[in-house]
Design a binder for this molecule. Structure first.
Ligand code: SF4
Length: 497
């Protein structure tokens, strides 16, 4: 029975955690304090997920919400409500030590049911199939006859015109076959995880790609704490697979990477070679970079948000909305910078204003320097698709964009002894004399979250709070664009060596 053994119940979310890592599910059940509380952006994503779920449920007429706040009551109510043969939201079932609560159960015919799981993603993922296969296992063992399984998720091709149409915003895909395939061997998988959670001794572990797949593990900091600076896992994600394979699960500090891995042309190999030869930059790349710069130089930073539910007409789900531009203009080498800044107001669609400000500021000539051109190019091309009148203008400015990240990403320049990550947050303190610690550089996601909190809310917010947030965002944007000019100065000095 549930009683004092409640923590040993294998819920759907614990099953999924257990599939990712046995240690993780054990810590969650026996030593939860080690798991940090979700940060603001995670909480925000939860809330956004709840809004999406509520919208999807409107597509099931006469559906009954089974209250989820009381665990035992939810089980009892589910049993009672099944007899009504109506769609049930959040029904729960317990079979032995397993417990599952899904999103929707839909009655079919006289005695069958369909499972519908709602997700805020735009495609079916393996983890979703495991999720539904666990539900099906528990439901069927509780005596339910399951006919089909569906995943309901965001239709990325939906374009908003007027009010959101829930029936077009979501797509429903039949995943019965895939779930059936995964049901093979599910008992063994469940038993393995039950063995872990029934044992008070924490299982041993090895770090690996599973630490961020399918989710970033919340205790990664703890398990990865002993890694030395400059270890090869500081390469970006695409390199990690090779890194783990290389050491058979063991970690290798960069200077100790075997020679066979130091040959070839990909970034990690180039870096190995350069370390052996004691060089940390490629002169010809720098010379080429400077030959292709034309003054005036515009240091451009664009910040965006990408809400799942489109906010403005002509938008698709998760399309980026630029809400902030920060530009520093340098007319000629060593001249002072002049700055232009724009931060969208509440209740306005910022996109046209954004394009007009760029048009007025960037002129027809001069290099537009950004940190990562993939981001800026995709924002601008997305806007040109929505507003074809700006197509020529966008064509002009995208052809003038160059980025700094390419130099760092491809290790044309790097810090041999330090952190190898190429994000501006790590590069700035190395490439300039700015005291990085005092800057408290925040991610674009955190900044976007601050913006959404003051813009897309029905709550009353004090004007002083709004002004404080706006002021902070504007300062951060201008600082980013100014930092790019400082990196360029450093590159220039390096290229003279
Ligand atoms: S960091 Fe990796 S090894 Fe450690 S608990 Fe998480 S998934 Fe498991």
């Amino acid at each position: 029975m549930i009683g004092k053994n409640w923590k040993k119940l294998l819920t759907k979310s614990n099953y999924l955690l257990g599939l990712q890592c046995h240690k993780l599910v054990h810590v969650k059940l026996y030593d939860k304090e080690r798991i940090p509380s979700p940060d603001d952006s995670t909480m925000y994503r939860f809330e956004a997920g709840n809004i999406i779920e509520a919208m999807a449920k409107t597509l099931f007429p006469n559906g009954i919400d089974v209250p989820r706040d009381d665990f035992v009551r939810n089980l009892e109510l589910t049993e009672e409500l099944l007899k009504k043969r109506l769609s049930l939201f959040e029904p729960s079932f317990k079979f032995g030590q397993t417990y599952s609560r899904g999103d929707v159960l839909v009655p079919v015919g006289e005695n069958e049911w369909d499972i519908v799981e709602i997700k805020s993603a735009t495609k079916v993922k393996d983890i979703n199939l495991h999720d539904v296969s666990f539900q099906k296992y528990v439901y069927e063992n509780c005596g339910l006859k399951i006919r089909k399984c569906f995943l309901m998720y965001i239709n990325k091709e939906y374009v908003k015109h007027g009010a959101i149409e829930a029936d077009k915003l979501f797509v429903k895909t039949d995943i019965t076959k895939e779930v059936g395939d995964l049901s093979v061997g599910i008992e063994e998988r469940i038993q393995k995880i039950l063995d872990v959670i029934n044992n008070e001794i924490e299982p041993s572990y090895e770090i690996g790609n599973h630490c961020s797949d399918p989710y970033n593990c919340p205790i990664k900091k703890e398990c990865w704490a002993d890694l030395p600076n400059g270890n090869i896992l500081e390469f970006y994600k695409k390199e990690k697979i090779q890194c783990f394979d290389l050491g058979g699960g063991k970690l290798i500090k960069i200077p100790k990477v075997p020679d066979f891995y130091s040959e070839g042309k990909n970034p990690i190999q180039k870096k190995m070679t350069a370390i052996r030869m004691g060089e940390n930059f490629e002169k010809h790349v720098f010379q080429n970079f400077f030959q292709n710069l034309t003054y005036p130089i515009y240091y451009l930073d664009i910040q965006t948000i990408n809400p799942a539910i489109p906010r403005y007409d002509g938008m698709k789900p998760y399309k980026k909305i630029p809400y902030q531009i920060s530009i520093q203009i340098q007319e000629y080498k060593d001249s002072d910078l002049t700055s232009v800044s724009f931060l969208a107001e509440k209740d306005e669609d910022p996109r046209i204003k954004f394009l007009n400000i760029l048009k007025d500021t960037l002129g027809d000539v001069g290099t537009i320097l950004v940190y990562d051109s993939t981001k800026e190019q995709s924002i601008l091309k997305g806007l040109a698709w929505t507003f074809p009148d700006f197509k020529n203008f966008v064509g002009n400015i995208t052809s003038r964009i160059k980025d700094i990240w390419g130099v760092l990403e491809n290790f044309h320049y790097f810090d041999i002894d330090g952190n190898l990550k190429s994000h501006i947050k790590y590069q700035i303190p190395k490439l300039s004399n700015i005291n990085h610690e005092s800057l408290n550089v925040r991610t674009g996601e955190d900044r976007g979250l601050d913006f959404e909190k003051i813009i897309f809310t029905d709550e009353e917010i004090e004007i002083s709070e709004i002004n404080e947030t706006r002021d902070k965002l504007e300062k951060e944007g201008l600082r980013d664009s100014r930092d790019m000019s400082k990196i360029l100065e450093v590159f220039y000095e390096i290229s003279k060596n």
